[in-house]
Design a protein around this ligand. Structure first.
Ligand code: B3K
Ligand code: ZN
Length: 865
């Protein structure tokens, strides 16, 4: 295994002006003929041409029409010597898509063929300079059996199609936009189709075509609507239009991730494209809309302007997640959207930043690039851009984006180019800000306050720290934008200005750009209540001891919806910490303040559903340096039960009051009611199991949608009663043939206190419908178990670790990308206390000892050992 370093970057020696591909799809094998128009970037030099290639059988190599013999085929590629400055090189290779279980390159997905090339899958299709800074124009011919593969798709425009002898046919596609090979795509199969139309602001007519498996066509409607919404949004908010006559999206049931933004031909995991009331929950609908938007926005931030090298991945991913989040804040309730973004960040990115795989938003090295499609590159990358926007202001940010699009359209660029464009457009100096891209780890901001009644002065002492991470022993302070506000004791805003040596933006954001600083307000009539980190203005952890009454006041009075929600979270987290260190009474007092504030809120407010969704055990452990599993589980349980007791009266009333319309409709208000109802039922199960079971059985029997069915199953999921098994069985009997609905069923079972223990998981893995060829199913069972079933994974005898490690080993031989995601929970061992850490290590060592372990899994496991 070879480590690649950012500092070793070198510009390509050869460029590829044109690429012609010919795919001859046959039974069990495909022949790929590639003709590359090569040009040396420095004419007159002599270096050999290196082409990447993986798992290819080379059949012939021709240069300018003549067989060429001066080449070597080696591990990972092809070296061709003695080439002139310009030439035409043609290779022919044989590949076996039907045997490709890694789902990278060209592979069989049920009866059809699809591709996945990012990051480096194109080298499994043909010999090529498989790097994002080589942009080429493609012309692609696909030839296949006409009845098995009636639809033949690639990027751009279909310029020709004709029948051939022997029941075969072919189609020729041409993409006018030069692109890196990771954006190449090909699809062959028999699909159902949904078509729509879109006219861009400047009048281009775009045909929108969505393709899905037989019988799934009627589930494409919501995706099509979402696509149209996204196209309009990007025109309005960024002035960006689509640039081809067709926009194609294909659903793939076996897919390693969510979706892929291939130019003009997106390929989507079915779970992110298909939506109907029986197979998608409300959250699932939102995923479809967000992912559609994300992949569409990539057309400008990713495709038109791409990355110079893979270390720059956040250039396109952080920025596109940010744009997707902005979109989501306009089409969903903005408060709920922001709360969910932050919950996701804390549940996945914070632990990553605190674990052995901690890396900067712009990593400096990697072994397997696929391991770096992380919450840090994506979600923290988005937070970094959000902070940039806060610092330069909305208008300045938008001008900066315009500069970025103008300067770099058609190029492969770096994060540095992006920041420079924002500086040029906004006039701001972001030199100190760049450190956010370079340092790993989550900064800790400590706030201490002091009230001097005699002078009416309120003073804050702020401090920032960042712990060392692997390879980065000494950290520097970063500019941390802190949005702050003061409230008076009756909940009104205090308007007097903050005084500080720190810079403040026009919108009242203080920039903490040094280790320590002070801020003060003077001339106040009474002790104010501080709200800090409003809107989650920076991806940091906050330590601030604040009286319960102040937090309760913010739960009532804050007008920033995120901060309002966060005040409730801080009460719950503080209560958890109290119980964890044995102070139950103190913890319960805090929870009673929390419950009172919740009970006093209008239940129709979306924030109620968010508050009632008590943090998961993983969220509770965030920020703990050492995790004593047994103590954590006890405290977790105390908190949950206490909240359920405290709200006992409200739960049933709210449950019954949350009637929703029939038939099911995905809409923000209805979704909020369903969410509140689900949370109420879930809490009710803690304190009144009989009632919860009765309501859940009734809900399952009468619901007309998956969201409510899942709410019913979730409520009984941890109850060791016969009804639990009956309800799960009833669901499985009815929905056995619906893969997406059954994925949800597997997910719930995987986190159940009853079924989700190692023996129960092993039993589920024996079912005939547990199919290791479909990543969604593997993630539904073992992904959920490892990531979300804290008690099951951390069984004291280590059987949870062993079970997960067994699956990692099995999957490693089939699909290394999936295996290297599954293994991650086992790498959190540095924080786990006692015997468990040793048991985890034993399993990691067992994995590491496997001969021919994939580079994917090895990189993760070695970082942890
Ligand atoms: N760019 C792809 C992710 C590719 C992951 C490769 N292992 C989807 C996205 O971020 O939009
Ligand atoms: Zn993306």
């Amino acid at each position: 295994t070879q480590v690649k370093y950012l500092r070793d970057y070198q510009a390509p020696l050869f460029l590829v002006d044109q690429t012609q591909l010919h795919f001859d799809i046959r039974d069990g094998e495909t022949l790929v003929t590639a003709t590359l128009e090569l040009a040396r970037s420095t004419p007159g030099t002599q270096e050999a041409l290196t082409l990447d290639g993986d798992d290819l059988t080379l059949l012939s190599l021709v240069v300018d029409g003549q067989p060429w013999t001066d080449y070597e085929v080696g591990e990972g590629g092809l070296v061709v010597n003695g080439l002139p400055d310009r030439c035409q090189l043609t290779t022919q290779v044989r590949i076996h898509p039907e045997q490709n279980t890694a789902l990278e390159g060209l592979y069989a997905c049920g009866p059809y063929l699809v591709t996945q090339c990012e990051a480096t899958g194109f080298r499994r299709i043909t010999y090529f300079p498989d790097r994002p800074d080589v942009l080429s124009r493609y012309r692609v011919t696909i030839e296949a059996d006409a009845s098995r593969y009636p639809t033949l798709l690639s990027n751009g425009n279909c310029i020709e199609s004709r029948s051939l002898d022997g029941g075969r046919h072919e189609a020729v596609w041409e993409d006018p936009h030069p692109k890196p090979c990771y954006l190449f795509a090909l699809v062959a199969g028999a699909f159902e189709q949904l078509t729509g139309e879109y006219t861009t602001t400047s009048g281009r007519q775009v045909s929108l075509e969505l393709y899905a498996d037989q019988g799934q066509g009627q589930r494409l409607g919501f995706a099509l609507e979402s696509l149209i919404e996204s196209m309009r949004w990007d025109e309005i908010h960024y002035g960006r239009e689509y640039d081809l006559d067709r926009y194609l999206i294909v659903a793939a049931g076996a897919f390693n991730m969510g979706a892929m933004e291939n130019k003009g031909l997106n390929i989507f995991n079915t779970s992110c494209l298909l939506a109907d009331p029986d197979t998608a929950t409300d959250a699932g609908y939102r995923v479809v809309r967000d992912v559609i938007a994300h992949e569409y926005f990539h057309n400008w931030t990713g495709n038109r302007i791409t990355c110079r090298d893979w270390f720059q991945l956040s250039l396109k991913e952080g920025l596109t997640v940010f744009r997707e989040q902005q979109f989501s804040e306009t089409v969903n309730d903005p408060a709920v959207a922001r709360v969910e973004q932050v919950r996701g960040l804390r549940a996945f990115q914070f632990p990553e930043d605190a674990g052995p795989m901690a890396h900067p938003v712009r990593p400096e090295s990697y072994v397997e690039m696929n391991n770096f499609y992380t919450a840090t590159v994506y979600e923290k990358g988005s937070e970094v851009i959000r902070m940039m926007r806060t610092l330069v202001g909305e208008a300045g940010f938008r001008r900066g984006m315009d500069v970025y699009f103008d300067r770099h359209d058609g190029q492969a660029v770096t994060i540095e180019d992006f920041v420079a464009a924002i500086e040029a457009g906004s006039g701001a100096d972001l030199s100190a800000f760049r450190i956010w891209y370079a340092q790993a780890g989550t900064p800790l901001v400590q706030v201490r306050d002091q009230w001097d009644a005699s002078t009416g002065t309120y003073r804050l002492t702020l401090n920032q720290q960042l712990a060392a991470t692997r390879g980065q022993p000494d950290k520097k302070p970063a500019p941390i934008p802190l949005s702050v506000a003061l409230f008076d004791q009756s909940g009104g805003r205090v308007s007097s200005p903050a005084q500080s040596e720190l810079r403040q933006t026009d919108d009242g954001v203080i920039v903490l750009d040094r280790p320590n600083a002070q801020v003060q307000w003077t001339g106040l009539a009474e002790r104010p209540v501080l709200s800090v980190l409003r809107g989650f203005s920076a991806p940091v952890r906050l330590h601030f001891e604040q009286p319960d009454a102040d937090l309760a006041l913010l739960m009532r009075a804050e007008d920033d919806a995120f901060a309002r929600w966060e005040a409730g979270q801080r009460l719950i987290h503080a209560a958890f910490a109290d119980v964890l260190k044995g102070d139950d009474a103190r913890g319960k007092a805090r929870l009673s303040a929390f419950c009172q504030a919740v009970a006093a809120t209008d239940p129709e407010a979306p924030i109620v559903g968010e508050w009632l969704d008590i943090p998961s055990t993983i969220e509770f452990t965030d920020g703990l340096e050492r995790v004593d599993v047994d103590a954590v589980l006890v405290a977790d349980n105390v908190v949950r039960r206490t909240v359920a007791e405290g709200l006992r009266e409200q739960l049933e009333a709210w449950y019954l009051a949350a009637e929703t319309e029939r038939p099911y409709r995905f809409d923000a208000q209805q979704a909020h009611r369903r969410r509140r109802r689900a949370a109420c039922l879930q809490l009710m199960a803690q304190v009144d199991a009989d009632k919860a079971v009765a309501l859940a059985s009734d809900l399952l029997a009468t619901a007309d949608n998956l969201t409510d069915r899942m709410a019913a199953l979730a409520a009984v999921n941890d109850l060791d009663r016969p009804e639990r098994a009956q309800l799960f069985q009833a669901f499985a009997d009815r929905w056995a043939d619906e893969a997406l609905a059954m994925d949800k069923w597997f997910q719930l079972q995987a986190v159940s206190a009853v079924q989700g223990l190692p023996a129960g998981i092993a039993e589920l893995a024996q079912r005939p419908d547990y199919d290791r060829g479909v990543p969604n199913r593997v993630r539904a069972l073992f992904g959920a178990f490892g990531q979300r079933h804290f008690a099951g994974l951390h069984r004291g005898n280590g059987e949870g670790y062993r079970l997960l490690a067994d699956e990692v080993l099995t999957m490693d031989a089939l699909n290394p990308q999936v295996a290297s995601r599954l293994v991650r929970p086992l790498t959190q061992l540095t924080r786990i206390e006692g015997e468990r850490a040793r048991l985890m290590r034993t399993e990691l060592e067992r994995i590491a000892a496997k001969q021919d372990l994939s580079a994917d899994v090895r990189e993760i496991v070695s970082a942890a050992l």
